[in-house]
Design a protein. Structure first.
Length: 151
């Protein structure tokens, strides 16, 4: 009976580890010490902060969505565990591929990219209505946008 019990315990433990996805979670930004990995500016406006968690656990931080996109366009996708933006109104972390984006060259962002992110459609629509301007963009649009043209 003791052998069977030991076998069952080890079997359960072994199965618990199988198929488990690695969790790539964002870390809180410390505006006193965290800087953008692209422009090296302090991340003072934390509601605009973004992060990329690499598969090795390293967390890359950025002060603006545009800086993160510049990084993502250079980094090999196989090294990226997860990327996060913040809902500009609530400050909540949102997975990059689940976020909604609005763009207007006059939207204030730390590095003047003019892209803000949201967790849901209602918040994005409310923001655009309050601002009276803006263009909905998806992640692919942002990754391909010509920032020099500032359209």
């Amino acid at each position: 009976m003791k052998r069977i019990l030991i076998f069952l315990v080890f079997s359960v433990l072994a199965l618990a580890g199988c198929g488990k996805e690695h969790a790539y979670e964002p870390v809180e930004i410390n505006p006193d010490i965290d800087v953008c990995d692209i422009c090296n500016m302090s991340i003072a406006a934390t509601q605009y902060a973004t992060e990329v968690v690499l598969t090795d656990g390293t967390v890359e931080t950025f002060d603006d969505i545009g800086c993160m996109i510049e990084y993502l366009n250079q980094e090999e996708e196989k090294n990226i565990g997860e990327a996060y933006v913040r809902d500009v109104q609530t400050g909540d972390w949102v997975k990059l591929n689940e976020a909604l984006f609005l763009y207007n060259k006059s939207y204030w962002t730390p590095m003047s990219y003019g892209v803000v992110s949201f967790a849901d459609e209602k918040s994005a629509q409310q923001f655009m209505a309050e601002e009276g301007k803006g263009k909905r963009m998806n992640l692919e649009d942002i990754r391909k946008h010509d920032w020099g043209a500032q359209q």
